[in-house]
Design a protein around this ligand. Structure first.
Ligand code: 5CA
Ligand code: ZN
Length: 410
């Protein structure tokens, strides 16, 4: 699938260090990325039926900061993102609204691309849909058969294929949930713990056999379509390989999604799936998590249509630490507009050297992508710069650094 155009990232005169990020699996801050070479990142992409709300934007922005920190440390980045372009919620929405599911997906993916461009978010090198990955998914399930962990559910009408998650090495070491909590959350987030005929209630679907009126593809497993988790496992292994640096997404993916991906990936390769699992907090609105299913959405495209500067939207999101859960209000945007205006005032002015501020921004971002601390460092420099003696080149270095490290174009 085509991603979106890559914006220029200014090169700075000095280099930052490797960032540390919070790894969900160990609960610790870990050095992320290799010492040299290419950092490998997988961020779970959208299910394209109602994009792009500010929660999505916040999650992709968090991992955009991670990429920028790696680039600033002199590393290359290999970034892969999927698109869940065939799955139950997409098919249900298409049926409800009387459109073809492919058209709904195409339209929403295109909207997502334009939102990502507006927000100055770096694109993945591999932007990969589930539909175009059917062969990869089937090959991975076939490979997993040798582990004895793949079976058909005991259901004469629909003997769908499952992965015996609960017997897989390392299962529940990413989320650290106990079985009771895992069962409850599995049922809430697209799982089917109650389905009769499974070996264990936590086992997950990998290949759904054909259902009337639903899309399906021929395969050695029978005519059908992929389950959700195996889609990301197959795409990540193909485009990044095993034991890649970071698997990322919102915290709603800690379980079951990333736990299942890790279990499938580890069972298939005998190696850890990812080195670290990094999760962004949930953005809420009007008292609940912002979600398509609840319909309490603020869309990036709506704000843009209303004339909002995308850089103000970006700053409004950056004002919250990526791991925090928080609730969007109009005051966030008003404060971001003011900040953007203050930051723009010093452009072209004679200012003091920007390097101490750049060092402070780098230190903040290297410490678990602490964007609020980075914004505070820029605020302090901007405040000290007004009416100060100095040189115009300093303001140019400042603008380059704010673009390169924070993705804010002044
Ligand atoms: N296609 C799957 C991942 S493979 C999926 O979760 N799609 S999604 O469209 O529901 O979400 C896309 C990304 O946005 C995921 O990383 C998800 O964790 C994140 N996300 C969804 N809702 C929110 C929210 N309210 N706040 C922050 N991030 C969110
Ligand atoms: Zn995913």
């Amino acid at each position: 699938m085509k991603a979106w155009p890559r914006p220029a990232v200014p090169t700075l005169e000095t280099r930052g260090g490797r960032p540390r990020v919070h790894d969900t699996a160990t609960g610790a801050l870990v050095e992320s990325g290799p010492v040299e070479g290419s950092a490998r990142l997988y961020v779970c992409g959208i299910t394209p039926y109602d994009a792009t709300h500010l929660g999505h934007a916040n999650t992709y922005l968090a991992f955009d900061l991670l990429q920028r920190a790696w680039l600033d440390a002199g590393l290359d980045v290999t970034y892969t993102q999927n698109v869940t372009d065939v799955d139950d919620p997409l098919l249900e929405r298409a049926t409800q609204t009387g459109v073809e599911w492919e058209d709904l997906a195409d339209e929403q993916v295109e909207l997502f691309r334009t939102d990502m461009v507006a927000l100055n978010i770096l694109p993945p090198a591999h932007y990969v849909g589930a539909v175009e990955s059917i062969d990869l998914v089937v090959a991975l399930i076939e490979r997993l058969k040798s582990t004895g962990l793949i079976y058909q559910v005991d259901d004469a009408d629909h003997p769908d294929w499952y992965f015996a998650t609960s017997q897989a090495p390392g299962f529940l070491t990413e989320s650290h949930l106990d079985v009771e909590a895992a069962l409850r959350i599995f049922g809430e987030r697209g799982g089917d713990p109650e389905r009769p005929g499974k070996r264990d209630p936590l086992d997950c679907l990998v290949w759904l056999l054909e259902r009337p009126g639903e899309p399906s593809w021929p395969s050695t497993l029978g005519q059908g379509r992929p389950g959700w988790h195996i889609e990301c496992t197959a795409i990540a292994l193909e485009y990044l390989g095993e034991n890649f640096d970071v698997q990322a997404g919102g915290s709603d993916l800690i379980f079951p999604h990333h736990e299942m991906c890790a279990a499938e990936g580890t069972a298939a390769t005998g190696e850890p799936f990812a080195r670290a699992y990094v999760h962004a907090g949930m953005v809420g609105y009007e008292g609940e998590k912002m979600s398509k299913s609840k319909g309490n959405l603020v869309l990036v495209s709506q704000l843009r249509k209303a004339g909002e500067d995308p850089m103000a939207i970006r700053l409004a999101l950056l004002a919250h630490h990526y791991r925090d859960d928080w609730e969007w209000t109009d005051a966030d945007l008003a404060a971001a507009r003011d900040r953007l205006a203050r930051w723009r005032v010093v452009l072209g002015a004679a200012t003091p050297p920007a390097q101490p501020m750049i060092d402070a921004v780098r230190a903040a971002l290297a410490n678990d992508l602490d964007a609020p601390a980075a914004l505070a460092a820029v605020d302090a420099w901007v405040a000290s710069a007004s009416g100060h003696e100095g040189a115009a080149e300093n303001a140019a270095s400042y603008a380059r650094a704010v673009d390169a490290l924070l993705g804010v174009r002044l």
